[in-house]
Write a protein that binds this ligand. Sequence first.
Ligand code: CIR
Length: 260
Amino acid sequence: MSDPSFTFTRAITRKPGKSVVDGLRAEDTGTPDLAQMLRDHAAYVATLQEAGAKVIELPPLEDFPDALFVEDTALCLPQGAVLMRPGAASRAGEVAQMAPTLRAQYDTVVALQGPGHVEGGDILTTSREVLVGLSERTDRAGVAELAKIIAHWGHSLRIVETPPGVLHFKTDCSLLDGDTILSTERLAASGCFAGYKVIHVPSGEEAAANLIRFNDFIIMPDGFPKTAAVLRDAGYAVRQINNSECAKLDGGMSCLSLRF
Ligand code: CIR
């Protein structure tokens, strides 16, 4: 049977707009180049399509510089979608912009009501559970509300910690298959993946930890040859996309789509 944690038919993406240069970032490492970002985004969409996705491409939202990072607005599960409450104030309004698209795709869409916050980047869905990392953007009240919603759909949720100074839980880990996680050493050291098969990101390539598994493909950022080799040796079909511009905004492969 196909594993719903990485077997998908659809994806939602949103093109970056000119305002992306104002996107949030922990550290200023330069202004993102929109033209390059649009080329990378087009390659990302094309790779999702090659992996078997029908991609719903949404237009830029100039009022929301980070809106291309659609993953943070929702959790998509087979039974329904949950609209998040981003912890970053400048991103809160992105959710209402995503809601109609999800309502058109799903019979069941439930919104977190608050007062807590959760961002999708802190959620890793495996074949056995939903892991949610507490972070600067995701708090206990938000996670408690999310846990109740998805418990009705038969999902158990486990609270874990996002390492200090790391934006999102999935900045440091990804699902490779239902039972196998790619993780940085610093995150895996917390013990949060006990019982899973863990592949460590080679030292110095920590920024490769955020990737996606979509059907048969691993879609990862370009420029991390050791990680790519480890994954190929483990039998995965790897596709690489330039991520230099989104990286300036702490964004990676998972942030750029909702997959379901
Ligand atoms: C932010 O700080 O919210 C954006 N600049 C980056 C969001 C990345 N999203 C993700 O990891 N899911």
